[in-house]
Design a binder for this molecule. Structure first.
Ligand code: FMN
Length: 287
């Protein structure tokens, strides 16, 4: 889980350049209510017309809106949680697929930039890569990151599915000079990520923080979370209307309560936060 042997074998075969077709019908269990399927178009775009499918504009009122060309993108996995070859491979693959790659909370490295793909810079609770000496947001470093043309958007991480409400401890033994430089911390010393952004304790502060990032960088800004209480989302929408829609986050990333991770406690992974199947319909229905 979450992939079965048939899916895994299919991925191995495809990535080795082998035949990726299969015979007979699906062996996937499609009957449970809520099974996700893609809706096919009655008249699909012809293969050689794909470039004509219009991109999605995110943050149309920003100084630098982002034209996203792919519906499927690479979610945040920090350098440190994944290796240099993995980051480089994903960057190259994302460029080929014309999609974006999210940095995860471990900062921006030259390996993310190596493939030339679009990048979403994630700001985690320790503000790795954009932190000041006290662990707060360094506007100077944020502007340096924003100056990279590859960096298209900023995502503030409130929570991820595998460990909602949990911070993290990066043991000193894992903090090499290279990782320390990228994250803006001391090599060899334990680094603590708080369990939430210390400066964001309510909707108003969240809306203002996201707006501040957008104003400063000129690029679209949003946040990532896991839905626990759908009433909270409703109150967030109400508070956005009070603040004015021009202050609304440009996007919201919803993670599944059972989402992947580099390291998280199993009780949180298994028991906390709605799955994407429960959460997404609620979020979509909110408008
Ligand atoms: C190795 C690894 C590292 C991750 N690091 C981060 C991270 O830094 N920030 C974050 O928000 N999510 C992180 N995640 C979670 C993913 O971004 C994503 O939300 C999760 O894996 C669910 O998506 P999926 O079903 O496509 O895997 C990580 C996941 C993995 C597997």
């Amino acid at each position: 889980m979450p992939f079965n042997r048939a899916e895994r074998e299919w991925v191995y075969r495809s990535s080795a350049g082998g035949d990726n077709t299969v015979a007979f019908g699906s062996t996937r269990n499609l009957t449970p209510a809520g099974t996700v399927i893609f809706a096919n178009a009655p008249f699909p775009a012809l293969d050689d017309h794909h470039d004509e499918i219009p991109p999605i504009t995110i943050g149309p009122f920003c100084r630098h809106p982002y034209e996203a060309h792919s519906l499927i993108n690479v979610s945040g996995m920090s350098f440190g949680a994944i290796s240099k070859p993995a980051v480089k491979a994903l960057s190259k693959g994302a460029k080929l697929a014309n999609c974006w790659m999210n940095t995860g909370e471990g900062g921006l490295s030259k390996y993310h930039l190596s493939g030339g793909c679009d990048i979403v810079f994630q700001i985690g609770t320790a503000k790795y890569g954009v932190r000041d000496a006290e662990g707060g947001l360094s506007e100077k470093k944020l502007l340096e990151i924003a100056a990279h043309p590859e960096v298209k958007m900023f995502e503030l991480k409130l929570a991820q599915g595998a460990k909602p409400g949990k911070g993290g401890l990066l043991p000193g033994a894992k903090i090499t000079k290279r990782i320390a430089d990228i994250r803006g911390i001391e090599p060899g010393q334990d680094s603590v990520s708080p369990n939430r952004h210390p400066e964001i304790s309510n909707n108003k502060e969240l809306i203002e923080f996201v707006d501040h990032i957008r104003e400063l960088t000129g690029k679209p800004a949003g946040f990532k979370t896991v839905v626990g209480d759908a009433d909270w989302l409703e109150s967030l929408c109400e508070d956005i209307m009070v603040a004015g829609v021009e202050k609304a986050p440009d996007f919201i990333t919803i993670d599944s309560g059972d989402g992947g991770t580099g390291a998280a406690p199993m009780p949180l992974m298994d028991n906390v936060g709605m799955t994407i199947r429960e959460a997404l319909p609620r979020v979509v229905d909110m408008n």
